[in-house]
Every structure is written in structure tokens, then in C-alpha cells.
Design a protein around this ligand. Structure first.
Ligand code: PLP
Length: 402
């Protein structure tokens, strides 16, 4: 065993807390009995708490929830009821807002690369603010110049981010003046600058640096009617390792934002921070086999399902068993695998576990962001059922989303 991490740490140190998220173990067992597994439980109260904590940590910043993190209708509706706006990127995300009767007033279209048809649909929806990062994209707005106002997305590379988004989008800071010139020349309004320093960043200094550099741009081009500074997402949550509190993380960002002119609106586009902690997943052991030195446990969901973030988002989720085990003895080298017939569908190897039995329940936490959103139906396994709860009170349950 090269590395004994995750489960070992989880089992050996903070084992078997009475509560998982907002739930008692008894309640989770009840839910599993009632709804079967795999089931993802999303908690409205945690969505509220995360939104309110982030809002409190960034006073004066208006939130635009990045829909792609967890596009569950209940999450969107609830955030709307709390006064949160939306960061949308596709026509599908627009249709979701439309179906929920949510207007474009507090929505911003943030995809730097779009088809003309998508621009048309966004404008028809009522979107005014769009993001560009190059001159070809700017040209696409010529036919709509009276209806739109653009943000230029600037690229600040961040090797420290778990997901570096600046490789794919954003222009160099030095390209901003030429884009502004081109826009002004074409009669297209430039409203501000945006950036995304990467997702799940370990420290706030990438944000701070990006804010300072954007403010420099504002200063060197005072003839532009700068109205918006959009500081993107990236706010980290705790998976297996520790992570700073949101107050500590945001403190230096707040300091940097003190220099922003009061007439400039500051936006943030949190996805992970709001959605991540809101969901846990209930899984069952479906099969077990001894293969070489290890016991393989086959679960009823895996990396093709709601743990897809393990592949796409490079996340590792805390996993524990619902049943309490004696952890002082009998820990064995084990593997947790998903159900599909593909060998990549392994959740964790090189771990030690107590002896599990077929039918045992496991709970994965922090699975709200970039998980269900990218789950597939590979092998024609249904996606997990989704429950929408407020604490222990059930508000709604879904058929597996398709
Ligand atoms: C995905 C995305 C976000 C959300 O990022 P998080 O790190 O999840 O907060 C925000 N803005 C844009 C443009 C994105 O693509």
C-alpha cells in the first residue's frame, strides 16, 4: 500500500460523528430504507447557510451563482428566493431559469465563446451582460450592439488551483486596450472586467493579484465607463484536507476591494462554495470479492455517476460507513469500486477498511458541486435519485434525473 489516505484518515481520526451534514445516522438509515440507494440528499438549509456565509464574508459583492456546479431546479429556485443572481453560460441554463420563471435581471452570461444562436437566445431572454476575451467574439456582437454590454475576461494563470480555468479562457492583460479600442470603435459598450482564477484555490492571493491588476486597467483607461468588476468563483471548501474558513479566505480579498470606486458594481460567481457542502450521497455495498491481497467492494454508484467529480473535477470525497465498526482491529487493504463494467470506475484503492458486508451503507459527503452535474448513465445505470430536504424535513424527491 503506497498511500493510506482518505478513508483511513476518516476512519481513524474523526470516526463516526453522530451527525453527517445536518443528518443523524438514524435519519440517513431511514432515508436509505425509504428511498433505496444510490440517493443524493441535497439540503436546502446548507445552500442557505453557504450563500449567507459567503455574502457576509464579501460585503458589497453581489453573488451570481454559477449554475453549472449543480443545476438542480430546487437549488436555483431557492437561491433566487434568497436574492442570489445567476452566472449562466448556455441556452440550456437559460431554459432552466425560464422554466422556473426567473428573469434575466440578475443574470450574467459568462461563456467567452458562443454561437450566434446562443447570443440571440440570451438576448431574447433579457440578458444584457456578456463576456468576451478576443476580437472574433467581440465581432459577434456587432448586430446586437445596442442591446448588450460586455465584460472582458482577463486571464491570470494559477498553477495552484485544483482546476486551472485560465488555460482555456481569458485574454492577456496586455490585450485589453486593443479590445477596448475595437469595441469603442464599433459602438459596443464595454462594462467591465472579469476573471476566474481557477476553482478550489488554496489561497486568496490569486484573487487579490487579479483585483489589483484590473483596478490598474480601470485607472489607465479612465475614458471607459467602467461599471462592473467580476471576481469570478474559486472559493474553496473542505474535502479531505483542511481549508481556510471563508472569512479568513475573503479577508485579503475584501482589503483589495476597498480600492474599488463606489460606483462600480462588484460581482462574484461562486459555484462550488454554495453547492459543494449541500449534498451527501447514500451508497450500498452490492458485492465483494477477494482479489489478491485486497478486498474489493462494489458500490451502486461510482465515477460514472454522482462521484463523477472525482474524474472531471479532480475531487476526492470524504466517505464513511453508516454502521459503526470497531476500528482498533481488523482493518484490511481494500478497494471501493463503482458498479460499471469499466475498470476506470474505481473510487479508492490503497485504503484500509473494516470488513464490510453486502448491503452495508456508505455515505459520501461534500458531493454537491460538479458531481450530479456531470453524472452519466454509462452502462445504462440510472443516475442517483435526488432528495431535496430542509434539515430532516423532506421537501421533494426526484425520479433519477435524465
Ligand atoms: C465554473 C465557473 C464558475 C464557478 O467556479 P467555482 O470555482 O465553482 O466557484 C464561475 N465563473 C465561471 C465563468 C465559471 O466557468
Amino acid at each position: 500500500m503506497k498511500k493510506i489516505h482518505a478513508l483511513k484518515a476518516h476512519f481513524a481520526e474523526q470516526v463516526y460523528p453522530d451527525q453527517l451534514g445536518n443528518y443523524s445516522r438514524r435519519k440517513l438509515a431511514e432515508l436509505a430504507l425509504q428511498h433505496g440507494t444510490p440517493t443524493v440528499v441535497i439540503d436546502q438549509d446548507i445552500i442557505s447557510a453557504q450563500y449567507l456565509q459567503l455574502t457576509a464574508a464579501l460585503p458589497g459583492v453581489n453573488m451570481r451563482y454559477a449554475i453549472k456546479a449543480l443545476p438542480q431546479p430546487e437549488v436555483i429556485e431557492h437561491l433566487n428566493s434568497l436574492g442570489c443572481g445567476f452566472d449562466l453560460a448556455t441556452s440550456g441554463e437559460i431554459r432552466l431559469l425560464q422554466q422556473l420563471g426567473i428573469s434575466a435581471q440578475d443574470a450574467i452570461h459568462t461563456h467567452p465563446i458562443k454561437k450566434d444562436q446562443e447570443i440571440k437566445e440570451a438576448i431574447a431572454f433579457g440578458c444584457r451582460f456578456f463576456v468576451i476575451d478576443n476580437s472574433h467574439e467581440l465581432d459577434k456582437f456587432l448586430p446586437y450592439k445596442d442591446q448588450v454590454s460586455l465584460l472582458i475576461r482577463v486571464n491570470f494563470r494559477n498553477q495552484d488551483a485544483v482546476v486551472d480555468l485560465s488555460r482555456k479562457f481569458g485574454c492577456e492583460l496586455t490585450k485589453v486596450p486593443a479590445l477596448v479600442e475595437q469595441a469603442l470603435h464599433s459602438g459596443i459598450e464595454i462594462a467591465g472586467l472579469s476573471f476566474h482564477v481557477g476553482s478550489q484555490v488554496p489561497s486568496p492571493y490569486a484573487h487579490v493579484n487579479a483585483i489589483e491588476q484590473c483596478l490598474d486597467v480601470f485607472k489607465t483607461m479612465p475614458y471607459v465607463n467602467w461599471q462592473i468588476l467580476d471576481i469570478g468563483g474559486g472559493f474553496p471548501i473542505e474535502y479531505l484536507g483542511p481549508c481556510p474558513s471563508i472569512q479568513d479566505f475573503c479577508a485579503p480579498i475584501n482589503d483589495a476591494l476597498q480600492s474599488v470606486d463606489t460606483h462600480i458594481q462588484i460581482l462574484a460567481e461562486p459555484g462550488r462554495y454554495i453547492a459543494g457542502p449541500s449534498a451527501i450521497q447514500l451508497l450500498s455495498v452490492v458485492g465483494k470479492a477477494q482479489r489478491g491481497a485486497r478486498t474489493w467492494y462494489y458500490l451502486d454508484d461510482g465515477v460514472y455517476g454522482a462521484l463523477s467529480g472525482q474524474l472531471f473535477d479532480h475531487a476526492r470525497y470524504p466517505i464513511t460507513t453508516l454502521r459503526e465498526h470497531d476500528l482498533t482491529q481488523g482493518l484490511k487493504p481494500s478497494v471501493l469500486a463503482g458498479p460499471t463494467c469499466d475498470s476506470i470506475d474505481v473510487i479508492d484503492e490503497d485504503i484500509v477498511l473494516p470488513e464490510l458486508e453486502i448491503g452495508d451503507l456508505l455515505v459520501a459527503s461534500q458531493v454537491g458541486a460538479y458531481t450530479l452535474a456531470s453524472a452519466t448513465e454509462f452502462n445504462l445505470y440510472d443516475k442517483p435519485k435526488v432528495l431535496w430536504l430542509s434539515g430532516e424535513k423532506q421537501l421533494h424527491s426526484d425520479k433519477p434525473a435524465s
